[in-house]
Design a protein around this ligand. Structure first.
Ligand code: ASP
Length: 437
């Protein structure tokens, strides 16, 4: 068994956290590669090092003095180095290099990436294993997207030289030869790419929660954890707002069938959540999880005999496409159709879209409503259970929530309901209670 372990920012925010990480790594013979994030928050009022770096970059661009901010960043790392008792190790030359680059030609991605780079160096020194600079093994193409082919080829060859190594997360090299980062939270992606290239058996992603929860803990008290979730279910839940893992982290491991295990650095005995391709394990509940988002708009379009007009939907959708607006859902009736869109994407272009629909599709009437929330009830178990939609509707009716839209895909993996923004919390609680208890 071989594994890649990725540790998030809060798992590496201080020397104490580093010690927990060391204990996790040392207690597991199967650890091959370790992917660290930059130091995160030590407490709720703290600042992540990546944010400090982005701030000092802005200060440098404004031509202001960076010394106080650089000192604060140095202090974060030196506190860790000292706390770990690392003798004969320091990052002074690196700090100087970063300060010089900020003074001469500040680069945003390079500056932001130093959080992971420096933390990776500390980790390699502390664990006594080699450090591989991500810029030498992760490559982006002209469009700024990951160059999968080159990355896999070069990374595979490089990793083969080492049994164990630290690869800092979040960045690689752009087509122009400069450091380039993934989007925020991108160390998850690095971990996934490393797991894929090294063909390990498991990608463990260590964070500060014991995996995915069946509902948002800000809404439902102590929601039950999810033990097993499929990639597809996760995609549905993440899309609707459940966030633990960077969205792009799924694809590399999914391609080669490597499961992801989300674990809690602060409670390493918790099993966490397993994200898998498919599983025969029986679920504790019919549904796997509930997630949702507020602030959608509905555009209701009616036209007599719409059902027999070939191409009507296409013309309506053309109006959205021309205005660069993505469509979320599209429930329809015989002479009506409703297009659900994100409020913030739609608002400023609404009149343009309406006139485009009139011009292209010549409807009888268009009505817009805002303040819609969507709740997704996701679960592979729904396929073989009857009465899920009935139970859902009953729960909402008993809670006095009016359902404005309901949409179940033919995959029977999820049911999406549209309700008023004000009912969002109430609805989420009622659904949780009905299915999970
Ligand atoms: N340090 C980066 C961020 O704060 C990347 C990461 O932690 O995954 O977004």
């Amino acid at each position: 068994m071989r594994k890649v372990l990725k540790f998030g920012g809060s798992s590496l925010a201080s020397a104490e956290q580093f010690k927990k990480v060391e204990a996790i790594i040392k207690s597991d013979n199967s650890v091959a590669y370790v992917v660290p994030s930059a130091p995160g928050k030590r407490n709720s009022s703290d600042t992540k090092v990546t944010d400090m770096l982005l701030h000092v970059y802005a200060t440098a661009c404004a031509g202001q003095d960076i010394s106080a901010e650089m000192d604060a960043i140095k202090a974060r790392y030196n506190e860790i180095i000292e706390g770990l008792g690392l003798k004969d190790f320091n990052l002074d030359a690196d700090f100087e290099e970063i300060a010089n680059s900020l003074k001469t030609a500040p680069e945003k991605d390079y500056t932001a990436s130093r959080g992971e780079y420096l933390n990776g160096k500390i980790m390699a020194a502390y664990l006594g294993i080699p450090f591989i600079d991500a810029k030498d093994i992760i490559f982006f193409n002209d469009e700024g997207k990951l160059n999968t082919y080159k990355t896999q080829k070069v990374m595979e060859a490089k990793l083969a030289e080492y049994d164990k190594a630290v690869v800092p997360g979040f960045y690689g090299m752009g087509k122009d030869g400069k450091v380039k980062t993934f989007s925020r939270g991108g160390s998850d992606v690095t971990g996934s790419i490393v797991a894929q290239a090294a063909k390990v058996d498991v990608y463990e992603n260590w964070t500060d929660v014991s995996g995915f929860l069946t509902a948002d803990p800000r809404i439902v008290d102590n929601p039950k954890p999810i033990k097993y979730i499929t990639y597809r279910e996760l995609r549905e839940l993440s899309y609707m707002g459940a966030s633990v893992l960077h969205e792009d982290a799924i694809f590399p491991v999914r391609q080669v069938g490597i499961p992801i295990n989300i674990r809690n650095t602060n409670i390493p005995t918790d099993e966490g959540t397993w994200i898998v391709e498919s599983t025969a394990r029986k679920q504790d509940y019919v549904i796997t999880g509930i997630a949702g988002k507020k602030d959608f708009c509905t555009v209701f379009i009616s036209k007599a005999m719409m059902n027999s007009e070939i191409g009507f939907c296409r013309k309506v959708l053309q109006a959205f496409e021309d205005n660069n607006i993505s469509v979320e859902h599209m429930p329809s009736g015989i002479d009506t159709m409703t297009v659900v869109v994100h409020q913030d994407e739609f608002m400023e272009k609404e009149q343009k879209v309406i006139s485009a629909i009139h011009r292209l599709a010549k409807p009888d009437a268009i009505e817009i409503e805002s303040g819609l929330a969507l709740v997704a009830v996701v679960g592979r178990g729904m396929k073989s259970a009857s009465g899920t939609a009935g139970k859902l509707c009953t729960a909402l009716a008993n809670a006095g929530v009016n359902i404005k839209m309901i949409d179940q895909g033919s995959s029977e993996l999820n049911i999406i309901i549209g309700i008023r923004n004000e009912d969002f919390e109430l609805a989420s609680k009622a659904i949780y209670k009905a299915f999970i208890g």
